[in-house]
Design a protein around this ligand. Structure first.
Ligand code: FMN
Ligand code: 173
Length: 381
């Protein structure tokens, strides 16, 4: 029960003496709320505007149902997928989430280690609390991707992409829905900006290109310069072309909601898309991610991988995403709550529970591998 996970001096203590940890995401969220100052918790949990889209993301899952097949010997489950020329043991990745030090002093380092120990790739944010090199070292040998917020001064972006390549990252995720930060009423009320407080500068304070530019503009602090750089409303399809010229890594676009944009991504030679509304944190009033998915799957027609996030809370949600024909699922807020509630061990617990929930759901749906799962019957009733 969440009530037994009271505020803690250090997050790891919220796994109590008996080794208990919250099971449901709802209880993890309560534990995280108790472990963090109110503005920080609210930053993570809330959405933009009236939070209608954030609410819809989770609600919309409930209206879809799976129709299971039975008597299909599911004693040997295979949860692996092949994507972008690699085999991944699970159809899950950890969504890029910035400023993770808000939840735990070890931030991304703890998450990257837990992800590595759980065989789940970690997507590192541009505005992570620790640097690409720190994280590569903390979780060496594991699968990692890099998420890019295009910088106004593009030499900074290209250098970060190069650093990710050098550190062995496997793909670049260009986030296209955050050309300016969403209008987040709760953060405005709390006057809370984690970037301004220095939680998101791991990749900048370690970047020689960024630092040399900073010296050119003496009046700017690191923080002012980061904020100025990642606000980039000029982002356009031409930048996608340019990014393709600059890296040999696969490029995925994160934040696709319109089928025409999915098709355009294919025309521009993009390697994959992530159907996402940023967890309802950007434009309130946009379609829920799961409602956007089926039409996109239809037009993309298997040409490139389709990944998905926003609203996945349980194994059955992930099952529905894959049943609609997506290739992989990104987990977001739940792992941040588990980090705040229990540090690195908390994230490991959450991932173990989530994978168990997912595998149980697969078995009870009568599918033994992800290809069978993607053919499963899903209805809106
Ligand atoms: C606190 C927080 C910070 C985030 N930071 C980033 C980021 O730096 N880059 C990015 O592409 N998405 C970021 N996201 C969005 C996530 O990648 C993902 O799209 C979203 O969390 C999915 O919704 P869900 O958490 O409700 O499942 C952030 C989300 C949260 C909650
Ligand atoms: O809060 C977010 O959703 C996000 O993407 C972000 C953007 C800038 C800094 C930190 C997080």
């Amino acid at each position: 029960m969440s009530s037994s996970f009271k505020s803690n001096d250090h997050a790891v203590q919220s796994i109590d003496a008996e080794g208990n940890f919250p099971i449901s995401v709802e209880d993890m969220e309560s534990a995280a709320k108790q472990a963090m100052p109110a503005p920080a918790f609210s930053y993570i949990a809330s959405g933009a505007g009236g939070e209608d889209t954030a609410r819809k993301n989770t609600d919309a899952f409930k209206k879809y149902s799976i129709i299971p097949r039975l008597l299909n010997d599911v004693s040997n489950l295979d949860t692996s997928i092949t994507m972008l020329g690699r085999i991944y043991p699970n159809p899950f990745l950890l969504a890029p989430i910035g400023v993770l030090k808000l939840a735990d002093e070890q931030g991304d380092l703890a998450v990257a280690r837990a992800a590595a120990n759980s065989n789940v790739p970690f997507i590192q944010s541009t505005v992570s609390s620790y640097s690409i090199e720190n994280i590569a070292q903390a979780a060496s040998g594991s699968s990692k991707w890099f998420q890019l917020y295009w910088a106004k001064d593009e030499e900074i972006s290209f250098n970060m992409v190069k650093r990710a390549e050098d550190a062995g990252y496997e793909a670049i995720v260009l986030t296209i829905d955050t050309i300016t930060l969403g209008y987040r009423e709760k953060d405005l009320y709390h006057r809370f900006s984690p970037l301004a407080q220095g939680y998101g500068q791991g990749n900048f304070e370690s970047d020689p290109v960024f630092l040399s530019k900073l010296e050119e503009i003496h009046s700017r602090t690191i923080v002012e310069s980061i904020v100025d750089n990642i606000n980039y409303p000029a982002l356009d399809w031409e930048h996608v072309k340019e990014l393709k010229r600059r890296t040999s890594l696969p490029i995925l676009l994160k934040g696709i909601l319109h089928p025409e944009d999915a098709l355009r991504a294919i025309r521009y030679g993009v390697d994959g898309i992530i159907v996402s509304n940023h967890g309802g944190r950007q434009l309130d009033g946009v379609i829920s991610s799961i409602d956007a998915l089926p039409e996109i799957v239809k037009v993309v027609d298997g040409q490139i991988p389709i990944l998905f996030d926003s609203g996945v809370r349980r194994g059955i949600d992930a099952l529905k995403v894959l049943a609609f024909g997506a290739d992989a699922v990104l987990l977001g807020r739940p792992y941040v709550y588990s980090l705040a509630a229990g540090g690195e061990k908390g994230v490991e617990r959450f991932l173990a529970n989530f994978l168990q929930d997912f595998q149980t759901s697969m078995m009870l749906s009568g599918v033994k591998n992800i290809e069978e799962l993607r053919q499963m019957k899903i209805v809106n009733m």
